[in-house]
Design a protein around this ligand. Structure first.
Ligand code: ADP
Ligand code: 5GP
Length: 207
């Protein structure tokens, strides 16, 4: 039986290290994974590339994508819109790749409603002080945006327990390994093997 891809949702506080983790995961286990590229109305940060980090779109284009039903989910996060393009995700899963959505919590819960077998992972640094250090250390946001994102982290922390697993990103390498193990173990869950189970039942019936 051809194995379909898993849908893994990765959320976590801004500055937790999600982007860094994704990069390391793809460098280490590239073949198996496809990282979904979101559309956003946020302006690119220095170094970010169109079509690689995000599809940077206008508010009008974003609205159009919603109307065309081209997004699996979308959400507003600290003043900007973000959404997951549908076509890429379904195509990669059909091709057997495990697709990772690095999205915030509202989007994560919407995805879980649409794909009940999706795996929900929450990434956090080992402490709040370390979160602040990483967010400031990145030097990509203004003081005002940093304060907004730290406040947002406090709000998001209320939902951590609703995720399937908590990944503490202390040592990057360890965290990447844990993430890979959790996603690969998800393939062995009965929910991810419905088609195989159906086939097995039919074969047993015809014996
Ligand atoms: P996010 O995508 O979650 O907002 P980033 O990947 O941009 O976070 O990481 C925020 C900052 O923390 C970056 O400067 C990154 O280099 C650093 N960082 C990420 N993971 C670790 C780690 N395990 N240990 C120390 N610093 C880290
Ligand atoms: P950033 O501006 O730091 O790149 O992202 C801000 C937040 O938006 C992060 O928590 C990120 O995971 C989330 N995000 C990125 N893309 C999407 C998306 O397509 N949908 C949703 N719901 N959130 C997203």
């Amino acid at each position: 039986m051809k194995r379909k891809g898993i849908l893994a949702v990765v959320s976590g506080f801004s500055g937790a290290g999600k982007g860094t983790l994704m990069k390391a995961l793809l460098e280490t286990y590239g073949e198996q994974y496809a990282l979904s590229i979101s559309a956003t109305t946020r302006k690119p940060r220095p170094g970010e590339e169109e079509g690689k980090d995000y599809f940077f779109v206008s508010k009008e284009r974003f609205q159009q994508m919603i109307q065309e039903d081209a997004l699996i989910e979308h959400a507003c996060y600290v003043g900007n819109y973000y959404g997951t393009p549908k076509e890429y995700v379904t195509r990669q899963m059909e091709a057997g790749r495990d697709v990772i959505l690095e999205i915030e919590i509202q989007g994560a819960f919407k995805v879980k409603e649409i794909f009940p077998d999706a795996l929900l992972l929450f990434v956090t640094p080992p402490s709040a002080a370390e979160l602040e250090r990483r967010l400031r250390g990145r030097k990509t946001e203004t003081e005002e945006v940093i304060r907004d994102r730290l406040r947002r982290a406090f709000e998001e922390a209320k939902y951590m327990e609703q995720y399937d697993y908590l990944l503490i990103n202390d040592d990057l390498k360890t965290c990447v390994q844990e993430m890979n193990q959790l996603i690969q173990a998800q393939h062995l869950r009965t929910g991810s093997s419905r088609e195989w189970i159906l086939g097995m039942k039919e074969e047993l019936e015809s014996l």
